[in-house]
Design a protein around this ligand. Sequence first.
Ligand SMILES: Nc1nc2c(ncn2[C@@H]2O[C@H](COP(=O)(O)OP(=O)(O)OP(=O)(O)O)[C@@H](O)[C@H]2O)c(=O)[nH]1
Length: 485
Amino acid sequence: MKLLQQLPASLLYKCVDGSEVYANEACFKLFGLGSAREAFLETLAFYDPESKHELTEDSHPFNKCAKEGTINLHVRITSTAKNLNCVVSGTVIYSENQQWIVLNLTSAQDNDISQLAFAKNSPLDNHLAFNRLLSKISSQLINLNSENLDCLIEKKLGAFGEFSGVDRCYIFQFYNDGNLMDNTHEWVAPGITPHKEELKGLSADDLPYFHQVIKSEQIFKVDDVEQLPEVATLEKQEFQREGIGAVLCVAIYLNEKLFGFIGCDIVGSAFSWREHDVRYLKLIGEIVSNTLAAMSNKQSLEQVSAELAAANKQLDHLANSDGLTGIANRRQFDNTLDSAIRRGIRDSDLLSLLFIDVDLFKQFNDTYGHSAGDEALKLVAKTLHECCRRFDDLAARYGGEEFAVILPQTDAKQAHYIAELIQLKLEELAIPFDGSPGNKILSVSIGIATQACTIALTSGQLVGMADKALYQAKAKGRNRIEVYQ
Ligand SMILES: Nc1nc2c(ncn2[C@@H]2O[C@H](COP(=O)(O)OP(=O)(O)OP(=O)(O)O)[C@@H](O)[C@H]2O)c(=O)[nH]1
């Protein structure tokens, strides 16, 4: 197959029945290959640029050509040398008594960062295409929410990476005063190894030259990793570890603060970055940083308003609850009673009010001390609160050792039942009190007022009635329930 070797077209070929693949000089040249040609031929892989799946078995260009006679495909070829987007046209020829499959490779990039679709276009067409891509990316990034942000940014990196024909495109975020960085988003071309997961928590000391350059010049551009100066030995080692031949990074600012950088790599070969490559990457970096800034502002706003709502709730709670017992205070009692009457008028309902006063509490305080008195009041309040079973019921501290319970939609019988329940629960609690009128345990007297809600009824009247009933309970010997008649 000497003839094929001498042809200027870039060819890959193999015998129909054989497995060994050959390449001619033009093909090695296309991939920028000097030596290590065997390894190159052994590692050649073909990918579908659309689905990103490797072409194997029947879809492999050699097999497809053997089956169909001729083929014409867009493929991405990866190897130990540089990776290329190519148009592959294949044909079967007869030579040296054998059938040969010959694939003619035409680089869609011509070592130029433009995608297949733009390969034949002029720089102006390419620029217009990039502008279209840019406006598509920015319009899609405008109306996003934080849940799909990361996924969408990676998709956009992919759109840019495919457009540019680079092998990897990524974002790094600085933190800890710029001393550490994480690879937060990444897109890789088919066949390229991703590195995002392992590139976390990288210290400025790991890549000191890179950090110094990106922070002072906002751009880090290396056409050939092999040519990096001695001062960048650590960077060179890292890039070589990742198989990077050329790298381009530009800084990203968020709210005028250095946020991180966006970058792209060419794997396996050097590449001469041009002015427009830098410009395009910068523009994509700006869109991404604007998106991240908008999202971070939105998140801080949401956080501030959530904190404000929580503070208001807390304030509301403080303004309406009693400091000692934690149940509703007089303010909340007054408001709730007014609205219960209004609702009762609207629904033509009965409304009951209990007034509860701890018996001989002065003596309790004098005997057991003021703080024991406080503890007893807390237990009484808790008991009252637990006896309020309906959503609309409210137990409140009316003042001192006097409490009230508002019972909407409750007739006198039901109210009496609740009053008895309160006394029963307090008996069960059995707070010792030698001087008590009730069996040497702390007791309460309860006055009940039940009224039909009418426009004529005021909260002051209802309170007066319950208070009168309570006075009677006290007058009749305490530890008892009296109903206002
Ligand atoms: N420990 C404590 N005592 C309180 C609190 N608020 C009011 N008191 C006391 O409750 C007592 C109420 O006493 P009085 O109004 O004379 O009534 P009483 O001793 O309960 O007698 P009767 O109501 O007639 O059964 C007073 O000594 C108040 O100091 C409080 O928050 N903590």
